[in-house]
Ligand binder design. Structure first.
Ligand code: NAG
Ligand code: NAG
Ligand code: NAG
Length: 547
């Protein structure tokens, strides 16, 4: 024990200097953009990373042909398609992160503005859409060879049509599906009932003619209840009893944050090393209430520049507001492996919806949530050269990059004589932590258990860094890969796990003892990316299964 303490102390002594240097230079970095494909053939309206490092991407079937043919001359024949009844093009692809290759997939019915979530066993369940697809469920299971697996369609499987709904995985492995256009209710997958459950909150937050409450922001809290934010309001829902157990104050400013006034939201990282976890919700950007109507008349109003933070389990919660350096509507919020929040894509003027956004915001910003260790809150990053407007998306990849694709504010694909032509390109954005200047302090995971249990059950990842370790700047996080669409990442979740011990195994190689998540309310079962983070610099992620 004494040896162990001396061992730790020697590290603290040697490397406090390294840590402070890292922080100041890190805050100055601004990341890098890389063009991965000029065209992937479709515009990425929806994206989900799967546990085999493949990303499933899809948009909608009813805008005519895409720029990617289905394989072997096959065509989809769909008499209810409003544009093209015999369509030989793909509306979904499977992208391989490691080879940068992609192949077309076959969707049978319309997935436009739909939702999804990955089951604990790794199968993606996608729900709803429009027209002939609005009550369908589709699944995609990553297959071993990945050459032939494709979407499987389950017609008429939802109790109600779901268009602009939001999904969240629950502690028991079910998925809750909330709202959607003209749906003031919720249901579950799998469902044990033929009835939906009415939710008054969704009628109350529905602005006549504009809605402003579609794609509600859902966050599962550590007490097992569901936080729902729509328009300017939020509640805590006990979905088992259908009881609203708490009504939170409206977000200050009376500006709506949900579609079409699309802002975004995250549950800030949950920290298991605290004796009491204090869940905190963050909501950023959106568009003022008049924005949609004004934009349809050609007046593009400036988006919202504020973010609000709410400690939801406080006895008297109240919003803390902060100003972003850039106003933004349709910004995606992504939890980075080091606990920072990236806000990326979107526009400065107008709203979501066909032709209603202007003035792209091409610079991502990074927000650092913790006040105690940092001298900055928001940092402006390098711009992309491509506008990512309505129907673009962004997700975190295994290696810590962000995959960015899509943008199509037009009813059909339109490449000419329009502002913001349909964008089929795919880029990655590498946050500053990926810069080679941090390679020496970057952890490299050597091994980790594939399965991690609940109740703080211990497990032992090992890793290397090229310098001595600053143990007080070390953390281990698990990140749930999310379903991204319309600027909201469904099911996004990061849990910082409790480190019980650090041992030196050989020079620059370390063994950790880490406690798994306490409960399934903190981390619902399923596949997560595990990152070891050193002085804000993350390792590559390794897939683990929490069960
Ligand atoms: C997509 O196909 C259309 C029609 O063939 C063509 O005009 C356009 O340039 C293509 N766009 C891209 C990005 O490949
Ligand atoms: C996961 O469960 C679903 C629903 O029971 C099933 O359809 C799917 O095949 C399962 N996936 C795997 C990988 O076992
Ligand atoms: C693209 O948009 C322009 C301007 O609205 C319109 O004239 C044109 O017909 C559209 N093209 C397609 C392929 O929809």
């Amino acid at each position: 024990m004494i040896d162990f303490l001396l061992f730790l102390l020697s590290f603290l002594h040697f490397f406090s200097v390294v840590t402070s240097q890292v922080r100041s230079s890190y805050s100055g970095g601004s990341g890098e953009w890389q063009l991965l494909h000029q065209s992937v053939g479709i515009s990425a309206m929806h994206m989900q990373l799967l546990r085999n490092d493949k990303v499933i991407i899809f948009d909608r079937t009813d805008f005519g042909p895409s720029n990617l043919s289905l394989p072997d001359g096959i065509c989809r024949v769909d008499n209810s398609d409003t544009v093209l009844q015999t369509d030989c093009t793909a509306h979904s692809i499977l992208y391989d992160i490691n080879t940068n290759a992609f192949r077309p997939l076959m969707i049978q019915t319309d997935t436009w503005c739909s939702s999804g979530a990955v089951l604990p066993n790794g199968t993606l369940v996608q729900t709803g859409g429009f027209n002939d697809g609005d009550r369908n469920i589709r699944s995609f299971t990553p297959c071993r060879d990945d050459e032939y697996c494709d979407w499987i369609e389950f017609p008429w499987s939802l109790i109600q049509r779901r268009w602009y709904a939001t999904n969240q995985v629950l502690p028991d492995g079910r998925i809750i599906i909330v709202g959607g256009r003209r749906q003031f209710n919720y249901e579950f997958y799998p469902s044990s009932s033929s009835e939906v459950i009415w939710l008054n909150f969704l009628t109350e937050t529905n602005d006549q003619g504009m809605e402003n409450n579609l794609y509600p922001f859902l966050h599962l809290l550590p007490d097992g209840n569901l936080f729902i934010f729509a328009n300017t309001r939020s509640i805590l829902l006990d979905y088992n009893q259908n009881r609203v157990i708490k009504v939170f104050p409206r977000i200050p400013g009376d500006d709506p944050r949900n579609y079409p006034s699309t802002g975004s939201s995250v549950l800030l990282p949950l920290d298991e090393s605290n004796s009491v976890i204090e869940p905190e919700i963050m909501v950023c950007g959106g568009a003022p209430r008049a924005s949609f109507t004004q934009a349809t008349q050609g007046n593009f109003i400036r988006a919202i520049s504020t973010c609000g933070r709410l400690k939801v389990l406080d006895p008297n919660p109240s919003w803390t507001m902060e100003d972003m350096p850039l106003a933004r509507v349709m910004g995606d919020m992504i939890l980075l492996p080091n606990g920072d929040v990236l806000i990326i894509n979107g526009a400065e003027l107008g709203t979501a919806g066909w032709e209603l956004g202007r003035s792209p915001v091409t610079q991502p910003i990074i927000y650092r949530p913790s006040t105690d260790v940092s001298d900055w809150r928001f940092a402006i990053m390098s711009p992309s050269t491509r506008p990512r407007m309505y129907h673009s998306s962004a997700i975190l990849l295994t290696d810590g990059r962000i995959l960015v694709s899509g943008s199509n504010p037009h009813v059909n694909y339109n490449f000419t004589n329009v502002e913001y032509p349909t964008d089929l390109s795919m880029e990655s954005y590498s946050p500053p932590y990926l810069s080679p200047e941090y390679d020496q302090i970057r952890p490299r995971i050597l091994s980790v258990d594939e399965k991690i249990g609940y109740g703080g059950k211990l497990f032992s990842p090992t890793f290397q860094v090229q310098v001595y370790l600053t143990t007080n700047a070390l953390s281990v996080s698990i990140v749930a890969p999310s379903f991204a669409t319309h600027s909201f990442s469904m099911n996004q979740r990061m849990v910082s796990l409790k480190i019980v011990g650090v041992t030196g195994l050989s020079p620059y190689t370390y063994g950790l003892t880490v406690a798994g998540p306490s409960t399934a309310e903190i981390a619902p079962p399923g596949y997560y990316l595990l990152f070891v983070v050193h002085a804000h610099v993350p390792s590559q992620g390794m897939w683990v299964k929490i069960e």
